[in-house]
Design a binder for this molecule. Structure first.
Ligand SMILES: [Zn+2]
Length: 374
């Protein structure tokens, strides 16, 4: 069995200490395979001074990171494209995108990870529920990662219904918050729980609108408010998360403990899920290095810098070590009151790279067209 397969089948998804050596070995194994299959990646590693021996000895920073911006302009595959089973891109209409494809082996690992994480975070349920997806209704032409993960999420519990905030009508996506609101009012009267999935900003705006209209609903027990995709360019009007949790309680009757946030990136398809303290602990499938923005050298835990994400999940694309444009801090394991021993990542903002248009930025356009407050 490949080392990456062993890693993704690891029983405890937060056993960082137990998987450190395996992780470094899996990364080195995948890097060797992928540089043989992708001339561009081989050239990048050579030019940036990849030190394989150091990586095998456990120094993850020895594998040169590739900026996510690079993937937005170049698509690198280390296997023939016909072996890729699914493709996803990082943004909807307009803007530069990263295209990521996954082959059968990578998808299988992704599935193990998702099942393990969903079980750990009690997201799997046999109880049917209504889904409210604060994102795009999937269509064949729409290959944004969000529409895929949004739909995939509705498989964690049997779906009684799926209501999309962005509906495809007459050749364009239209934001339909009124329909969403009607659905919520209807669900409050029923017995089945609801689950929402969407950008935190959408969730926040929707709840704030509902509160302004004086709506006070009590969703059935077991309802979940789940959010993913980050705040991106809503950063300026970023609300304290406490305000979001207060709205969830006051408007929908969903307690703070049932508000879950996800983190991940198209170029780093690892599922990070918040603990009860709303912290993103690093699961065994990935590792995080924080680097000094000027020297790119790793900085100690507790220091802010650029977020470098690593994973050996994909065999078909050299997304082994990617440099994001996020600024973050990695906190030591064992410092979170939830008791999880894995270190946790705090995203504190983004560096100002103008030409990056993320799916959240496209979402902002839709919000504008929908006439919501800016
Ligand atoms: Zn925690």
């Amino acid at each position: 069995m490949k080392r990456s397969d062993r890693l993704f089948r690891w029983r405890d998804p937060y056993d960082i200490a137990g998987t450190d050596a395996l992780f470094a070995a899996a990364l080195a194994e995948s890097a060797a395979r992928q540089r043989a299959g992708c001339a561009d990646y081989d050239r990048i590693l050579t030019q940036l001074g990849y030190d394989e021996a150091a990586l095998r000895a456990g120094d993850l920073s020895a594998l040169p990171p590739v900026p996510t911006l690079y993937f937005k302009h170049h698509t690198l595959f280390s296997v023939p494209e016909k072996r890729l089973l699914i493709c996803a891109s990082s943004s909807g209409t307009g803007g530069v995108k990263s295209r990521v494809g996954l082959d059968a082996a990578s998808l299988r690992r992704g599935l193990w990870m998702v099942l393990r994480m969903a079980r750990r975070h009690c997201l799997l349920s046999a109880r049917p529920c209504h889904y409210l997806i604060l994102g795009y209704q999937p269509r064949r032409e729409n290959e944004t990662a969000f529409s895929k993960t949004g739909f995939g999420f509705t498989l964690f519990a049997p779906a009684l219904s799926r209501t999309y905030a962005l509906r495809w009508e007459q050749g364009a996506y239209r934001l339909d918050l009124a329909a969403l609101r009607r659905r919520l009012e209807c669900c409050a009267k029923g017995g089945a729980p609801i689950r929402t999935i969407g950008f935190p900003a959408y969730t926040f705006f929707l709840l704030r609108e509902m509160e302004r209209e004086g709506l006070r609903l009590q969703m059935p027990r077991g309802s979940l408010l789940t959010m993913g995709g980050g705040w991106k360019q809503f950063e300026g009007e970023r609300v304290e998360k406490e305000e979001l949790y207060r709205l969830a309680q006051d408007v929908l009757g969903i307690p703070e403990t049932h508000c879950v946030e996800f983190f991940g990136a198209v170029e780093h398809p690892i599922l990070y899920t918040t603990c009860e303290q709303h912290h993103f602990h690093v699961p065994v499938y990935g590792r995080v290095l924080i680097r000094d923005p000027d020297t790119l050298r790793p900085v100690p835990n507790g220091t802010a810098g650029l977020v470098n994400l690593l994973t050996p999940m994909a065999d078909c694309m050299p997304i082994l070590s990617v440099m994001t444009d996020d600024l973050g801090v990695l906190h030591d394991g064992g410092t979170c009151p939830c008791g999880c021993a894995a270190p946790w990542l705090e995203i504190i903002g983004r560096v100002g790279v103008r030409d990056i248009v993320t799916c959240a930025a496209v979402a902002a356009d839709y919000l504008r067209e929908g006439g919501l407050p800016q």
